[in-house]
Design a protein around this ligand. Structure first.
Ligand code: ADP
Ligand code: MG
Length: 398
């Protein structure tokens, strides 16, 4: 799960990371009022969306008066901000963060990520802040400082100092940097984060080290341990199809094609999508019903997959181990009856109780296209979708 910049800043500041003063607003009037409360004469108005690259896309504006704040907010509220991280559909702006503008001397990149090779939390930092890390690693790879944290002892002071010195920080700033690094690490570790990114971390004209931007992502499977984090979830920033699935305990990933996929297990989902592509089609999504799926769960999965209007055929691919093919078949039949589905449905079942499953499908009298291998299923799905397409075009042409 991702959270907003202002939320990440609040979380990190509770762990001792210094941030500029700022406040949240839900309307232009409130933003101007917040600026007055903050004081000063220069503010930054920042669109709160779950994506980076806002600055270049017009989502971060420097304002010198309350009037300018009004204008900046009018251009943001209710709009979709399209940055290189949002995809072409963009993300809705419903909140802005008003922050005191600070005089910047230096911009540093600072990230905490999970390094799979060492199976440790890794600090990634660069003296070239402000740029995206992908750009830094392409253009200035020599500027990147990496440091792996040993979980048994946590981030040691000497190690944090070493990172600070490797970034070329002046000795008088090192202590503030150590505090920032240790705060980020503690937040990452204690809150089961998967990513903390501060870009830029700045040194101000008056020698303060401040986080000007902050991003945090959390491990969904650990959210139950952190209710104060899970309540920061903002569904307006998520793909509505994915959040509806998450609410029902199903994992769903939305894609761009027209063949909906209902599968069990992430590995099988990947294989199913690859095979659809190999057969000349494009998956519209995949929905993982997990192990031990009841007929009701399968029917729910259908409802979700079909709520995507791009879906023109559904491929059910189940390899039952813990699952039972007869239950899945019952779910398919139930869904087809209840939902009066008028697009081709292709079912491939294998594993536990496969014979019973096939019988249920056959007895139902429903126009279910059955397949025995994955390749056959994918070819039939693509074929059925194409046929459907031709027939529909003909009808329209008449
Ligand atoms: P994004 O990464 O989404 O573009 P940032 O929060 O990093 O958004 O803001 C973009 C740029 O705006 C920063 O690199 C920084 O130069 C400037 N900026 C952001 N906040 C402030 C601030 N409080 N004072 C001065 N400049 C700021
Ligand atoms: Mg940034």
């Amino acid at each position: 799960m991702d959270i907003h910049e202002y939320q990440a800043k609040e979380v990190l500041s509770n762990f001792g990371v210094a941030i500029p003063s700022g406040a949240l607003a839900y309307s232009p009037e409130q933003a101007a009022y917040r600026a007055r409360e903050l004081g000063g004469d220069k503010w930054i108005v920042k669109a709160q969306v779950h994506a980076g690259g806002r600055g270049k896309a017009g989502g971060v504006k420097l304002c010198n008066s309350e009037n300018e704040i009004h204008t900046a907010c009018d251009e943001m509220f209710g709009r979709k901000l399209v940055t290189h991280q949002t995809g072409p559909e963009g993300k809705g702006i419903y909140r802005v963060y008003v922050e005191s503008a600070v005089p910047i001397d230096r911009e540093i990149y600072l990230g905490f990520v999970l390094d799979r090779t060492s199976q440790r939390v890794m600090i990634v930092a660069s003296s070239e802040g402000g740029m995206e890390i992908e750009e830094i690693s392409a253009e200035r790879p020599d500027s990147i400082v990496r440091s792996i944290v040993e979980p048994a002892v946590g981030l040691q002071e000497f190690q944090a100092r070493e990172v600070a010195f490797n970034l070329g920080l002046e000795p008088r700033l090192v202590q503030q940097m150590v505090r920032t690094l240790q705060g980020c690490y503690a937040a990452f570790n204690e809150l089961d984060a998967t990513m903390v990114e501060i870009n830029p971390l700045v040194v101000t004209g008056d020698d303060r080290v401040l986080a000007l931007d902050a991003k945090m992502s959390f491990d969904d499977n650990a959210l139950f341990r952190h209710p104060h984090i899970s309540e920061l979830r903002d569904k307006s920033q998520e793909d509505p199809r994915e959040s509806r699935a998450a609410d029902r305990g199903l994992s769903y990933v939305g894609l761009e094609g027209n063949i909906g996929c209902i599968v069990n297990g992430a590995g099988l989902a990947m294989a199913t999508m690859d095979t659809i592509k190999l057969a000349g089609g494009e998956p519209a999504n995949f929905l993982d019903i997990g192990g031990g799926a009841s007929p009701e769960r399968v029917a729910k999965a259908f409802r979700l997959v079909l709520s995507d209007k791009n879906v023109q055929a559904v491929l059910v691919n189940i390899f039952a181990g813990i699952n039972r093919c007869d239950w899945v078949a019952e779910g398919v039949v139930q869904a087809l009856r209840d939902l009066e589905i008028d697009i081709p449905v292709i079912v491939r079942l294998a594993g536990t109780n496969v014979e019973e499953g096939q019988k249920i499908l056959a007895k139902s009298g429903l126009p279910i296209i059955r397949a025995t291998t994955l390749m056959e299923a994918a070819e039939r799905a693509v074929g059925a979708w194409r046929n459907d397409l031709i027939q529909n075009t003909k009808v329209r042409a008449v």
